[in-house]
Design a protein around this ligand. Structure first.
Ligand SMILES: C[S@@+](CC[C@H](N)C(=O)[O-])C[C@H]1O[C@@H](n2cnc3c(N)ncnc32)[C@H](O)[C@@H]1O
Length: 290
């Protein structure tokens, strides 16, 4: 089970991706961390021997992972209290969602007890919404508002929340977590490091974009990512990029691709999430060196 369900999660393919990445002796950098399936798989295998840097542009998500890393006891206590006093229930879903969308999470500097409580309560609300919303989808509209309706699932299981929080806290202990764009995140990468990009996917016809926040990750952004990835690989960084099966790199991009691994993964295919059929995903490994 995962602590946070995330659109585009690599839960189904993380084992194969971790096999391809292998043991990392330099730094490991993952700039689109989302639910962190690949990071957690690599950490469970003890494959990461250097410093670890993960990031994302979703401030609520980054706040969540920091709370799990730094304040697990406060987080668990807060969630338990809200479930037991009846606040975190299906009936309150739309009210809590409205408050959540009205409060902007930013990188809180922890000077006061109030700041600390903001980090904990925001992480707890993310967890509540993620567990209670329809199909565990985490999607936002173009204004960056979380807009998923309430689901029919049973909500928060406190026993699971306790044990999974502890497990993830251990896996995050030595991990640097930042809220930055991918370009900023990989600036520190140098020869011998590994960067794994799992950017948002855009649809086959290039018209539909998976929305994670206000900014749309379109073809232009994807081209920037490939240019950044190319530079990294020329500088001696091992680079891996995930993409949907239909993605075809341009001729220039393809020249840097050393290997393309085709992964077949099970995915929910209908709106109820009931049917599952294999979906093709790609993992591209870039050539290292000039
Ligand atoms: C496909 S998801 C990653 C899923 C993740 N690998 C997992 O297993 O859950 C893509 C992530 O990229 C993030 N993202 C979107 N634009 C970004 C940007 N410009 N820089 C960094 N991350 C970005 C989204 O917030 C989202 O969490």
């Amino acid at each position: 089970m995962v602590l946070l369900k995330w659109v585009g999660s690599k839960t189904a393919s993380c084992k194969v991706i971790a096999d391809k990445i292998g043991t990392v002796s330099g730094r490991y950098i993952e700039p689109c961390i989302g639910g962190g399936a690949v990071l957690f798989e690599l950490q469970s295998r003890k494959s990461l021997n250097g410093e670890i840097f993960v990031s994302d542009t979703d401030a609520d998500l980054i706040n969540f992972w920091k709370a799990i890393r730094d304040y697990p006891e406060d987080f668990k206590q807060h969630v338990r209290h809200k479930v037991e006093n009846g606040t975190y229930c299906h009936k309150n879903y739309y009210h809590i969602r409205k408050i959540f969308n009205g409060e902007k999470t930013d990188s809180v500097i922890l000077n006061t007890h109030r700041d600390h409580m903001r980090v904990i309560s925001s992480a707890a609300v993310v967890y509540y919404l993620n567990r209670t919303c329809f199909n565990g989808l985490w999607r936002r509209n173009s204004k960056g508002e979380f807009n998923v309706p309430v689901g029919s699932n049973s909500g928060i299981n406190l026993t699971f929340m306790d044990s999974e929080t502890d497990r993830y806290t251990k896996l995050l202990q030595n991990v640097h977590i930042d809220c930055v764009d991918f370009e900023e995140a990989v600036r520190k990468a140098q020869k011998g490091d590994v960067v794994y990009f799992d950017p948002p996917y855009y649809s086959k016809d290039g018209t539909n974009f998976t929305q994670y926040g206000g900014e749309i990750f379109d073809k232009e952004k994807m081209d920037t990512l490939y240019a950044v990835a190319t530079n990294l690989s020329i500088r001696g960084v091992r680079v891996f990029i995930s993409a949907p099966g239909y993605f075809e790199p341009t001729k220039i991009q393809a020249k840097r691709v050393k290997e393309t691994y085709i992964l077949m993964v099970g995915r929910p295919v209908n709106r109820n999430g009931g049917g599952r059929e294999p979906v093709e995903e790609k993992l591209m490994e870039l050539e290292v060196g000039g």
